[in-house]
Design a protein around this ligand. Structure first.
Ligand code: KIV
Ligand code: ZN
Length: 558
């Protein structure tokens, strides 16, 4: 067959002119059910072994999941054994319900009941496929045949539960598999019949799970289907409406979110979206989407790097660098204008003591998901001036004055061009160190004394010291002025260094190890006309300024 879009049948829209969901918002977390150990696991090249499943299970419990689909125990001996191990070795916390999947077929249902013997809380999740396409090409049966399979399964489940002698608390979930490819009235009818058979009531509601088994339509159409379904179900009060979206069109999360607007109570998905083909709905993304809207997702995402590590190790899958919230690059801004805006956002929050998160380009505080500010900004040759200054301030505590940003940024860009790549913060600091802190010194102070004197009601500052030139010659420096910088300048003039003009100065405290020091940024006009900055650091603020002046001169004469 030649590639052609003509061979595809467009998805049929739902007739729902008075749809309500577009006006709704998500205001609370749904009931979450992790299907990592079943749908996620079945889609792995190498499914998890017992140890890996157990480790993953505990991670899910620690995150706060109360419903976890642990597998398909009737499908294989391994799955059965894992289910038994979880139960017999008491891995399941009392407030966690395990869910087990089974096709609506007699021998499989019986085996599933055996597999969960002794568990405290169990959801028996049974399903059969109901879609128009599957009825036509797979089962070659009509809707009555499909309803019979579901109802027979429900009858057997009811009977086995009634006969059960242990003290397991059973609940039931039914999935009309490929719900979104099913005529909505048929989906409603089969679910009504299953609910009647199971004797669902308000006290014992049945979970009706609506799978978007293969995502074939835009998320708004899936939301229409969910709203239509809920509005036509006979006994909505006795059902918990669950959705289970897949990601074939890349909208698994969007479809799940719109389904919540349409009235769903519960969401099934996996961490980072693992699952058949393009994956299941990513619970991390949906949960953190809620979080960034001020809604408590009721799951703990505070250490995403740890979740990622366990996930990657147990599944052998890799997280994409741009995966929302967790990818390596999601807290990195390359563009200069983005960096500037982020920088300004941090400044704004600091100045306004803002308790709200108001940083452009960062929809979430990286610290809330266990990431650090450090990798937020990488510096490359395209970065704006603010980016480098931001890293200097944010990562290393140096608040370079605004007038100094262009000079420092040029040095950074030169380094990037030399290396033909971006710099990480550590390398950025090395540029700063080489150019300012460890710069070769033509002039060095071997001794210095700065003191104040009052004469006739006027205050003066005296500078006295020795200047070593080119590691050889030593000259005395003596000067008086109205401040330490002025006094030092006057002393320099006397030894011939009289062509520099003082332009600007700023200073702040910086902690180095356990002690706090002053850092001074001094801007001078060079004899040739251009301006240059120097930096001085000392525990004495006056000495820091004097060292800053000398540093600027040394840089100018290098
Ligand atoms: O995607 C799907 O339809 C499923 C069902 C078994 C719930 O995984
Ligand atoms: Zn699925």
């Amino acid at each position: 067959m030649k590639p052609s879009f003509h061979k595809y049948i467009p998805f049929k829209q739902i007739n729902l002119p008075d749809r309500q969901w577009p006006d709704n918002t998500i205001t609370k977390a749904p009931v979450w059910c992790s299907v990592d150990l079943r749908d996620g696991n079945q889609a792995l090249v190498d499914p998890m072994n017992l140890e890996e499943k157990l480790e993953f299970f505990h991670v899910l419990c620690d995150m706060g999941f109360k419903e976890i689909e642990i597998g398909f125990p009737s499908a294989s001996e391994t799955e059965y054994e894992i289910c038994r191990e979880l139960i017999e070795k008491n891995h399941i916390p009392d407030d966690v319900t395990i869910q087990v999947l089974v096709q609506a077929r007699e021998h499989l249902i019986r085996k599933t009941f055996e597999a969960v013997k002794g568990a405290k809380n169990v959801i028996i999740h049974f399903y059969n496929s109901t879609s128009t396409l599957q009825r036509k090409v797979v089962f070659k049966t009509d809707m009555d045949g499909v309803i019979k399979i579901a109802v027979d399964g429900a009858k057997l489940i009811k009977k086995l539960t009634d006969e059960y002698t242990g003290d397991t608390n059973f609940r039931f979930e039914y999935s009309p598999e490929s719900f979104s490819g099913t005529e909505m009235d048929n989906a409603v009818e089969i679910c009504d019949r299953v609910m009647e058979t199971l004797g669902a009531d308000k006290e014992n509601p049945v979970i009706l799970n609506l799978p978007n088994t293969v995502e074939m339509c835009t998320p708004n159409t899936f939301a229409d289907q969910v709203e239509y379904f809920i509005r036509h179900l006979k006994n909505r009060e006795s059902a918990i409406i669950s959705v289970h979206t897949h990601n074939d069109r890349g909208c698994g999360v969007a479809a799940g979110e719109l389904a919540l607007l349409a009235g769903a109570d519960r969401v099934e998905g996996t961490l980072f979206g693992n699952g058949e083909r393009t994956g299941n709905m990513d619970i991390v993304t949906m949960g953190l989407n809620m979080y960034t809207q001020g809604v408590d997702p009721k799951l703990d995402f505070s250490n995403l790097p740890k979740l990622r590590e366990v996930y990657e190790r147990c599944t052998n899958m890799k997280i994409d660098p741009r995966q929302p919230y967790v990818g390596d690059l999601v807290f990195t801004a390359f563009s200069g204008s983005h960096q500037d805006a982020i920088n300004k956002g941090f400044q704004y929050m600091k100045e306004h003591n803002s308790e709200m998160w108001e940083i452009p380009y960062l929809p979430i505080d990286p610290a809330d998901v266990g990431r650090e500010y450090e990798p937020i900004i990488r510096i490359n040759s395209q970065s704006g001036k603010g980016g480098a200054a931001f890293v200097m301030s944010h990562n290393f505590g140096y608040d370079l004055p605004k007038r100094m940003h262009p000079e420092f940024s040029k040095l950074v860009q030169k380094k990037c061009e030399e290396l033909e790549r971006e710099l990480i913060p550590k390398e950025l600091f090395e540029v700063f160190e080489q150019n300012y802190l460890n710069h070769p010194m033509k002039y060095k102070l071997s001794s210095r004394k700065i003191y104040e004197e009052s004469e006739n009601g006027k205050d003066y500052v005296h500078f006295k010291g020795k200047l070593i030139i080119d590691d050889r010659d030593e000259v005395m420096l003596i000067g008086v002025g109205n401040g330490p910088i002025d006094a030092f300048f006057n002393a320099l003039k006397k030894v011939g260094l009289d062509k520099y003009e003082f332009i600007s100065y700023s200073q702040h405290a910086i902690s180095q190890g356990s002690d706090s020091k002053a850092v001074s940024y001094i801007e001078l006009k060079k004899p040739d006309g251009g301006n240059i900055f120097g930096i001085g650091i000392d525990s004495n603020v006056n000495v820091a300024s004097v060292l800053g002046v000398l540093n600027a001169i040394n840089r100018a004469e290098a």
